[in-house]
Design a protein around this ligand. Structure first.
Ligand code: PMV
Length: 358
């Protein structure tokens, strides 16, 4: 079992210049992470589908500098300097300094872009932090020849977690679990682990993301997680997440889509129920979120097509369905759901494999 100290690099060489390009996808949780302890340790385990099309692509170059006293970095977003992203990146570098002491030796230029519109309400922190962590690990691989492939990916996930919790599930694998739990022997609070051998019923599972509200969220995930401290239902919720994780891992192996739907939709509504019962309470769903949910339920009842929804910490709706019903579901989305999307916008995605380095 790896512990935090296993991620501290003990010896490394030094190079004058290196440049990398890595991409990492977004992910959508089936069992939700909501609530955390110190150091980005999750209060409960979670599991997600890795997406394929919604990605962050990040180029980073590292140029050796004289002083090793401070972090020095420039940040470009879509080719232009982006000062307001810098504090989050600085905080990330500070959090990972113990594990990546070499970073202060370089002037770092980060050039990042998303394949999805920035103002789409799709969180770019998971894909963004995962892509950055992959670039950092690409440098570490250059300067530490002892780094194994296994440790490369585990440490990339470990670092991504320190940037944004759920980002650790965006590194490797189609289905990734994060948080120690009894159902997955190798699971860890420190990094995400690939969940293998999923049933063929979930092959190329589709996720169409309906963009209900592209605006800035009124309450950030960071604040939402904090509100689980002292939350009257927190302990029961954490227990329930463990139970649901045990159930969904079995379902993913056996391929029972009917049972999958029950857990996934219940998890989405429970996440939002936690928000609504926090103090202060808040609501991130919009009227159109509920319109869409009701339409999905009606369509599923009438057609028996196994389509379901999930939500992340926002108003957008992720519609999940098997590939073999995609023609019918896309028609249903166009006919009945697009009207509830902001400017009629939605994004077609599906399960993918994780981060890539060029
Ligand atoms: O990784 P964060 O801190 O942005 O939290 C993400 C929380 C949810 O998206 C709501 C759930 C999850 O497990 O991804």
């Amino acid at each position: 079992m790896l512990s935090e100290k296993d991620f501290i690099v003990s010896s490394y060489s030094s190079i004058d210049y290196a440049a990398f390009e890595c991409s990492a996808p977004s992910n959508i949780a089936l069992v939700k992470y909501w609530g955390k302890k110190e150091n980005q340790i999750p209060a409960n385990p979670s599991i997600s589908f890795t997406l394929n099309n919604c990605k962050t692509i990040t180029k980073v170059n590292f140029t050796k500098k004289k002083s090793k006293n401070d972090f020095l970095f420039d940040l470009l977003f879509e080719g232009k300097p982006k000062e307001d992203f810098k504090p989050k990146i600085l905080k990330f570098f500070q959090r990972i300094e113990t594990y990546c002491p070499y970073l202060k030796e370089y002037h770092i230029v980060i050039d990042t872009q998303n394949t999805f519109p920035h103002s789409s309400g799709i969180a770019s922190s998971a894909s963004g932090m995962a892509a950055l962590a992959m670039n950092v690990m690409s440098l570490e691989k250059e300067i530490n020849s002892n780094l194994t492939d296994d440790l490369f990916y585990k440490k990339a996930s470990f670092l991504a977690r320190l940037g944004s919790g759920s980002a650790c599930r965006s590194i490797k694998g189609e289905v990734v679990a994060w948080g120690k739990n009894e159902s997955i022997a190798e699971s860890s609070d420190l990094f995400g682990v690939e969940f293998n051998n999923i049933n063929e019923n979930f092959n190329n599972y589709q996720d169409t993301i309906l963009l209900v509200d592209k605006g800035e969220k009124q309450v950030s995930s960071t604040v939402g997680h904090e509100l689980m401290f002292g939350h009257p239902y927190a302990e029961k919720r954490f227990e329930q997440a463990h139970d649901n994780l045990a159930k969904i891992t079995k379902i993913l192996l056996e391929g029972n889509i009917e049972e999958f739907i029950k857990i996934v939709e219940s998890e989405a509504l429970t996440l939002h129920a936690m928000m609504m019962t926090s103090m202060p309470y808040f609501i991130l769903m919009k009227p159109n979120t509920l319109e869409i949910i009701n339409k999905i339920w009606k369509f599923r009842n009438e057609t028996n097509i196994p389509v379901c929804f999930t939500l992340d910490a926002g108003a957008n709706v992720h519609i999940l369905y098997p590939e073999n019903v995609s023609v019918k579901v896309l028609q249903f989305i166009k006919d009945e759901l697009v009207a509830f999307c902001q400017n009629g916008h939605y994004i077609c995605d599906q399960i993918g494999n994780g981060a890539e380095s060029k």
